[in-house]
Design a protein around this ligand. Structure first.
Ligand code: AKG
Length: 253
């Protein structure tokens, strides 16, 4: 896996510029690149650049993604964690794992996550994502959706730790799942729009995305027989979380 991950892999360029710095990666990775596709968003009342929500299909090839999925499923410390919503404690509907630099603690949905040290595999993936995206990341939240019954509720990645306009790079491995966006403001909300996240694809959210939008991974009917999926969301913790950041959360993941 390591040798394989050390190969250069497809890099991509955002349409219409580099607000997220995405174009920088092209200069460092010498191979033919797939295109970044801007994601079509529902109205939300805010100004969003095309490159603030975009997807690179084929960031990893299907076979690379398959191998990475198996390695991470085996290697990472997957656990069931509680969250707190409306004062109630409940298990998150998926397995999670959090890795990062020492001190990059992150608090969401009323739970404080201390990072485990980077594994060699995660660190290699981080470096490849950083080169392509042109942003640095010091933590990764890993999610394992065991079946279609596992999900993530509507939320924004707007925790104080991430600063005001976070760049979040989200890698999908395994089963394709639908990722939905909607306006945060119910009065400006006009339904949701979605994108299918295929194995090996890299989604980037940047700019004011977290200010104006929520996102979720909805459940899928058991009859559709959805296979497991791993998602890695690379983040930069600017101000580490602490236990006093435990407000009662109304939106829970
Ligand atoms: O699994 C996904 O694609 C979504 C992950 C996500 O929204 C998050 O970790 O905040």
């Amino acid at each position: 896996m390591q040798d394989h991950l050390n190969d250069t892999h497809p890099a991509a360029k955002p349409e219409g510029g580099s607000r997220t710095g995405l174009a920088r990666g092209d200069q460092k990775l010498g191979r033919e690149t797939p295109a970044w596709r801007p994601i079509s968003l529902p109205p939300a009342g805010g100004s969003i650049a095309k490159s603030d929500a975009c997807l690179a299909s084929g960031f990893y090839s299907a076979s690379e993604a398959d191998r990475l999925f198996s390695t991470l499923r085996e290697e990472l410390f997957w656990e069931e964690r509680e969250i707190r919503i409306f004062g109630r404690r409940m298990l998150q509907p998926r397995l999670v794992s959090y890795y990062g630099d020492p001190g990059a603690s992150y608090c969401y949905s009323g739970e404080l996550f201390h990072p485990r040290p980077w594994t060699a595999t995660l660190d290699t993936v981080r470096r490849q994502v950083e080169i392509l995206v042109g942003s640095s990341f010091n933590a990764v939240l890993c999610n394992l959706y065991r079946t279609g019954a596992d999900s993530m509720g509507w939320h924004s990645d707007d925790e104080a730790e991430l600063g005001e306009r976070p760049v979040i790079a989200s890698l999908s491995l395994g089963a394709t799942r639908r990722f939905l966006f909607r306006s945060r403001d119910p009065e400006k909300r006009d339904g949701s729009r979605g994108v299918d996240l295929q194995s090996g694809s890299l989604l980037v959210m940047a700019g004011s995305m977290q200010q104006f939008y929520q996102h979720q991974i909805p459940k899928v009917k058991a009859s559709s027989g959805v296979e497991p999926r791993i998602n890695l969301t690379f983040r930069k913790i600017l101000y580490p979380g602490s236990p006093q950041d435990f407000p009662d959360q109304r939106a829970g993941r």
